[in-house]
Design a protein around this ligand. Structure first.
Ligand code: GTP
Ligand code: MG
Length: 380
């Protein structure tokens, strides 16, 4: 699974990405800092089932910290956009094609209203405008791609449009369903194409809003409410900058960070103490920085994806070498056991004979979607 970070320029996309991946990337207070996309591994968090079995896990692909498993996914942070990017303004539609590699999108918005539509400092900017602008750019870009399809009479229109959209990871099934829903026979009505494009994006590229810069609070609360009231998206308040500072302090060994609290390790100098006080204040006030919640909420609440643990020995809940609950994978909402096998390894998928739910010992039907948190043994 791949998640893209998108949004208007200079709102904190790369800070958000770095807080989740700790990749060494450029963050600056100016528009268009990111040009080539940044790629890295981020993690969704789930409770580790180890305590259910009175055992300690031995993670292989998904680390465990204080009983929380960190399950990996790919993340891409793309160039920012400004209005009319779909026509080439700013960095143009480069961001759009990079972002379309992703299965789901986190749209970072500066909900403090302190950067304007061009990514410059201001005050009292209305962030809801950005939410509308980003949606509009996505819709207009996809509909312009559809419009470029050279229709050959007699050929299936859905096949031709899906070939045109193959680079943006939008499947034939969705296009066929929508083209029939909108009863599309030609590609010359801009209004209909925009409705089609809107509907395709809504079903194929789920979006969650990360309402960033909650630490700059003057208008934050009112702006957040306005976005929640006037958009269809799930919206999570966050401070990417606070999360990044906490993760870096932990990486450098100054603190233990538990997501909603910190424990200071060793002696801090006056400057570090001051910075830690600010961060503790943010955690006390808001509970968390919201960054991990935003990613979890997109993956689990919006995309309805699931985490599945795989083992080879259902009695010991381990692999063949005795490692307890070694691996965990994120799978799409409708994934059945064979789909899980292909996510684990193509060879395992080829040899797939069935799967067992390790908690009940019962066979899982081949066409039955797996459940979130399920521990399965794939029979090969
Ligand atoms: N106060 C505050 N500042 C933030 C927060 N997140 C990011 N910033 C600041 O916002 C500025 C822009 O951050 P970036 O992460 O480079 O923004 P971007 O959206 O990737 O920008 P482009 O790649 O240029 O489009 C930097 O000065 C960050 O330190 C936050 O949560 N709070
Ligand atoms: Mg950036």
């Amino acid at each position: 699974m791949k998640i893209g970070v998108i949004g208007r320029t200079n709102v904190g996309k790369s800070t958000f990405f770095k807080a989740l991946t700790l990749e060494n990337i450029k963050i600056e207070d100016r528009p268009f800092t990111t040009i080539e996309p940044n790629r890295g591994i981020a993690y969704v968090t789930v409770k580790c089932p180890e305590s259910e079995f009175g055992k300690k896990c031995s993670p292989h692909n998904a680390p465990c910290k204080h009983g929380t498993r960190f399950v990996p996914l790919e993340m891409i942070d793309v160039a920012g956009l400004v209005e009319n990017a779909h026509e080439g303004r700013g960095l143009g539609n480069k961001f759009l094609s990079d972002a379309m590699e992703a299965d789901g999108l986190i749209e970072v918005v500066d909900a403090s209203g302190t950067t304007d539509s061009e990514g410059m400092h201001t005050s009292n900017y209305e962030p809801l405008n950005d939410v509308k602008m980003v949606k509009n750019e996505l819709v207009l870009w996809i509909s312009s791609l559809i419009k470029e399809t050279k229709l050959r009479s007699g050929d299936d229109i859905s096949i031709q449009v899906s070939k045109k959209l193959s680079g943006v990871k939008i499947g034939y099934d969705c296009i066929k369903e929508k083209i029939s829903e909108f009863d599309i026979k030609t590609l010359d009505n801009d209004d209909t194409l925009e409705k089609l494009s809107n509907s395709i994006i809504a079903s194929e590229k789920p979006i969650l809003i990360a309402a960033n810069k909650m630490d700059l609070d003057k208008n934050f609360g009112a702006n957040l409410e306005n976005i929640k009231k006037n958009s269809d998206y799930e919206c999570i308040p966050c401070s990417a900058e606070a999360e990044l500072a906490l993760k870096e302090a932990e990486k450098n060994g100054f603190i233990d960070y538990f997501g909603n609290s910190v424990e200071i390790k060793g002696e801090l100098n006056e400057y570090q103490k001051g910075a830690m006080d600010v961060l503790k204040h943010i955690l006390n006030r808001f509970g968390t920085t919201g960054v991990q919640e935003a990613l979890n909420s997109l993956v689990f609440d919006v995309m309805k994806a699931k985490v599945v643990f795989t083992v080879e020995d259902e009695n010991k809940m381990s692999d063949k070498r005795g490692n307890v609950l070694p691996d965990a994978y994120i799978v799409p909402k409708d994934a059945n056991p064979k789909d899980v096998a292909s996510i684990v390894h193509t060879e395992i998928a080829k040899r797939y004979k069935g799967a067992i739910d390790c908690r009940t010992g019962l066979k899982i039907k081949n066409d039955e979607p797996v459940k979130n948190g399920q521990i399965i043994k794939i029979l090969v």
